[in-house]
Every structure is written in structure tokens, then in C-alpha cells.
Unconditional design. Structure first.
Length: 356
């Protein structure tokens, strides 16, 4: 049994190596196309000459957006765990972001592990709230994108020429699947009863227990009374995401030179949001830079060097603040980015361990 587990583990490690290799190749290509034909001395000049007072002002706003995300997560957890400390939620959010910036999507698993370990609650149940959060993020991104498509259709087509309406089909399908799972739990029960139970009662009991906790984590979806609060909290998150983008216009004198305003910052944050959603690279490195650089150049006539300088600085302050703050929280919990796995313990442990 252990040999089988170790072979599966090796297979997963090979899969990760392939994924990381593809991410690195894509990153190199994006950096190449972003820098192709640019005057690197001019690029460096724009980065150095930016007004870093505005950069410093944008940092606490960016952290406030993560605090708002922690508050929304608290709303999701209330029906199942009644969390009291927003600080613990914030620390888990930042730790998750820190890992995401190193291992693509790795923070989505570390965040519920971090919080469940700290609060001594079920990991599976906590992970389900992360699924709900991604569900809300997709809904809000889709809604904002649709609204922007009506008001900024031409600009979006210029900035994202290859983005068509069918490109949002997959997120929509995911939303539908989550909706079906949350409201039709009996379908899962039926499948487990018919397909798994006849083969192995032990596996059936384990899966049934996991799904029970998972569906408990989806409780907030079934409480319409919470919808307005979640919508307002999501709106606050989007607003706080947009403010640093707007403040950075003043750092590079875009507000004066190109007459860029808050509505332009909204458009850029939508474009970057799409980039973060689809990016296979850690922290959307390369993807973010490429999209923002091209959007500024095609929509507002900003020079390619100046546009890339803006993208580089705005991404760097967000990236570094997440890694530094999240890294400090990880050090506090003495957590490693790559947990050690004991095959015997995993194979023999049928419980949802959250306190180890």
C-alpha cells in the first residue's frame, strides 16, 4: 500500500514539475514580448523617477483590501464556525497570498489549512468556504466585466483583442456546477450509495464524512439573508483593489499627462483581474505586466517603456507586500511552503486532522 502511495506521490511530483516548467516557459515568453524592442535604459529611468510617495500611500490601501477579504470570509464562516478574530482570518489570507506568489494556486490549499490548524476546526469545511469565495470572485468578475463591456466595449476590444464572450463560458460552467452541488446534495449521496458503497464501505464512510463537512462549508450559499452583505463586501474589495491602481497614476504623472481618472483605473483593474484569473504563473508575473502594458499603450497612447514601468511597480508593491506580510505570518506559525508527508500516516489516518 505504501509503495502504491509513493508511486502516486512521485507521479504528482512529476506533474508539478511539468506544470512549473510550462509556467516558467510562459513567463519567459511574456517577459520577452514585454521587453521586445524596448529601450531598457528608458524603462529603468521611468521606474527610478516614479514618485514613491504615492507608492507608499498605495500599500496600506492594498493591505486594507486583503482585510476586507478577511471580513467577507468571516461572513462565510459565521453559519458554521462563528469566528471571532478577524486578525486570524487576515493572517490566513496573507499567508495564502504569499504561497500563491511562489507556488501557483498553492495558497488556495494552505489558507484553509492555516486557519483550520489555528482555530481547531475541520479543514474540509474551511476549504469549502474557499470554494464559495472563488465562486463569489468569479461572479463579481463576470458582473463587472459584463457592465464594463457595455460602457467600455471598444476599449476592452482594443486591450483584449482575443477575448470573446465564449472566453467566459468556463467560469460560468464552474459557477453552475457549484450551484448544483450546493443545492442538490442528494445527487452526491445517490452516487456514493450506488457507485462507492458496494465496492468499499470504508471508502464510502470516509467520502460521505468529507462531503458532509464540505456541504456544511457551503451553508452560506443557502442563506439569502447573507447575500446583500456579501455583495457589499465584494464591492468594497473591488473598490479597494482599484484605489492603488488610481493612486499610481499620480506616481507616474498619468493623471496629468494622459488625463487618466478613476474610471480608467476601474478598466485596468478589470483587465488585471482577468489576468490573475487565467494566469498559470505565480502571482500572475508576466501576464499582469503584458496585459497592463498593452492596455495603457493601446488605449491611452502611453509609451511602451513607461507603460511597462507602471505595470512593474504596481505589481511589485502588491507582490512584495503580500510575500513579506504573509511570510511573517507563516514564520509565526512555523509552517513550511512544502509540507512533509508521511505515507503511512496518510494511508492509515481516516480522520480529518486539523489540529496537527
Amino acid at each position: 500500500m505504501t509503495d502504491r502511495f509513493e508511486s502516486k506521490l512521485k507521479g504528482k511530483q512529476i506533474g508539478r514539475i511539468i506544470n512549473y516548467s510550462l509556467s516558467i516557459i510562459l513567463l519567459i515568453l511574456l517577459v520577452y514580448f514585454s521587453l521586445k524592442g524596448l529601450n531598457l535604459a528608458s524603462l529603468g529611468k521611468y521606474i527610478v523617477s516614479a514618485n514613491y510617495l504615492w507608492v507608499l500611500l498605495s500599500i496600506p490601501v492594498g493591505l486594507a483590501s486583503h482585510w476586507a477579504r478577511a471580513i467577507r470570509w468571516k461572513t462565510m464562516l459565521k453559519p458554521i464556525a462563528n469566528p471571532k478574530s478577524t486578525w486570524n482570518l487576515f493572517s490566513a489570507v496573507m499567508a495564502g497570498y504569499a504561497v500563491n506568489n511562489i507556488v501557483p494556486r498553492g495558497g488556495e490549499l494552505l489558507r484553509p489549512y492555516y486557519y483550520s490548524k489555528r482555530e481547531k476546526i475541520s479543514f474540509t469545511m474551511t476549504f469549502a468556504t474557499i470554494v464559495v469565495e472563488r465562486f463569489l470572485d468569479l461572479i463579481s468578475l463576470l458582473l463587472v466585466f459584463v457592465l464594463a463591456y457595455f460602457f467600455f466595449r471598444n476599449q476592452l476590444k482594443m486591450a483584449l483583442p482575443n477575448l470573446h464572450i465564449e472566453n467566459i463560458i468556463y467560469p460560468t460552467i464552474l459557477i453552475i456546477i457549484i450551484g448544483i452541488l450546493s443545492f442538490y446534495k442528494r445527487w452526491i449521496d445517490f452516487l456514493l450509495q450506488k457507485l462507492v458503497k458496494p465496492i468499499s464501505r470504508k471508502i464510502y464512510n470516509r467520502l460521505n464524512e468529507l462531503f458532509e463537512k464540505f456541504f456544511l462549508g457551503l451553508t452560506v450559499i443557502k442563506q439569502p439573508a447573507q447575500y446583500l452583505q456579501l455583495a457589499l463586501e465584494s464591492l468594497l474589495i473591488w473598490f479597494l483593489y482599484t484605489v492603488p491602481m488610481y493612486l499610481m497614476f499620480f506616481s507616474f504623472s498619468f493623471a496629468k499627462t494622459y488625463n487618466l481618472g478613476f474610471d480608467d483605473a476601474i478598466l485596468l483593474i478589470i483587465i488585471s483581474g482577468i489576468g490573475y484569473t487565467v494566469a498559470p504563473t505565480p502571482g500572475a508575473i508576466g501576464v499582469y505586466h503584458f496585459l497592463i502594458q498593452n492596455a495603457l499603450n493601446k488605449l491611452y497612447g502611453v509609451g511602451m517603456e513607461e507603460a511597462l514601468a507602471y505595470a512593474t511597480v504596481t505589481h511589485a508593491i502588491n507582490f512584495l507586500s503580500q510575500v513579506i506580510v504573509g511570510g511573517l505570518f507563516l514564520l509565526r506559525e512555523n509552517l513550511s511552503l512544502i509540507p512533509k508527508v508521511n505515507p503511512e500516516e496518510v494511508m492509515n489516518n481516516g480522520k480529518d486532522t486539523t489540529s496537527s
